[in-house]
Write a protein that binds this ligand. Structure first.
Ligand code: 6PG
Length: 255
């Protein structure tokens, strides 16, 4: 594995999908172990999409499944689609199938976004409440998760923060219901920048040459037009874990 650039963001370039999942899963175990040693618990928001599935599957089987402090782990979601949990497009459904149903995590420590409910604003407000309460967030502060996993869409979206969405400017609400016209399931729910930027560690998982251009844009511009580039934890780490394809247009990768 190559370590490129030492300033934030930390960019880690791995060979392929396999190494991406292995590295991500190993990092999660390490971060969970140190969070539990320091504070007695570990909180993580999972990403949706296809990329993290392999990471979840690795966490679900030995040796990593035996190293994770499941009894002290609290699982949230960075975003969700407006579907029931058994729907093939449900982010919770994917995480449940690949990971959560296979490990001894207490069910009351898994907080899914009930995307199937009929009032999207109420779902977002309730998840904001649940998140704040579960993390013991004080009034006026943003919830601080130990780890937030994120993916990157070809259009530059991350979680369900899409280019041009008014939610990109959100400074108060921690969870929002959004309408993503271009998405297959347009009704979405997402954590907002105030939560992403309050995390102790944000990890992007990005694979494939098809994402190379947007990876370059997100890392270069870090501004309007590329929502993924607007994630800048104010007191935390920002890790971009990329395979060679996704990193191929970055100068550090010789692209
Ligand atoms: C979702 C996401 C989204 C995802 C990217 C990348 O619910 O769709 O959380 O932000 O991470 O679209 O998705 P892939 O990993 O499938 O490319």
């Amino acid at each position: 594995m190559i370590e490129a650039m030492d300033a934030a963001p930390e960019i880690r370039i791995v060979e392929d999908d396999n190494e991406l999942a292995e590295t991500a899963a190993g990092m999660i175990v390490d971060l969970a172990t140190s969070a539990v040693a320091q504070r007695g618990r570990f909180s993580i928001a999972l990403a949706g999409g296809a990329t993290p599935r392999d990471t979840y599957e690795r966490l679900a089987r030995p040796p990593l499944s035996e190293l994770m402090p499941w009894a002290r782990t609290f699982v949230f979601f960075g975003d969700e689609r407006g579907v029931p949990p058994e729907h093939p497009d449900s982010n919770y459904g994917m995480a449940h199938q690949a990971l959560l149903s296979k490990v001894p995590i207490p069910p009351r420590q898994v907080f899914r976004i009930p995307g199937e409910q009929s009032d999207p604003e109420a779902v977002a407000a309730e998840y904001a409440r649940v998140l704040g309460e579960a993390l013991g967030t004080r009034r006026g502060e943003a919830p601080r998760l130990d780890v937030i996993l994120l993916g990157l869409g070809i259009d530059g979206h991350t979680a369900s923060l899409f280019p041009g969405s008014p939610v990109l400017k959100e400074v108060f609400r921690t969870v929002a219901a959004v309408h993503a016209a271009a998405a297959i399931i347009p009704q979405r729910f997402t954590l907002t920048f105030p939560v992403l930027n309050a995390a102790a560690c944000v990890i992007y998982l990005v694979s494939g040459g098809v994402k190379a251009k947007v990876v370059k844009a997100a890392l270069a511009e870090r501004g309007a037009g590329v929502p993924a580039g607007m994630v800048r934890p104010s007191d935390g780490r920002l890790v971009w874990l990329l395979d060679r394809g996704a990193a191929s247009l970055l100068p550090a990768a010789g692209g």
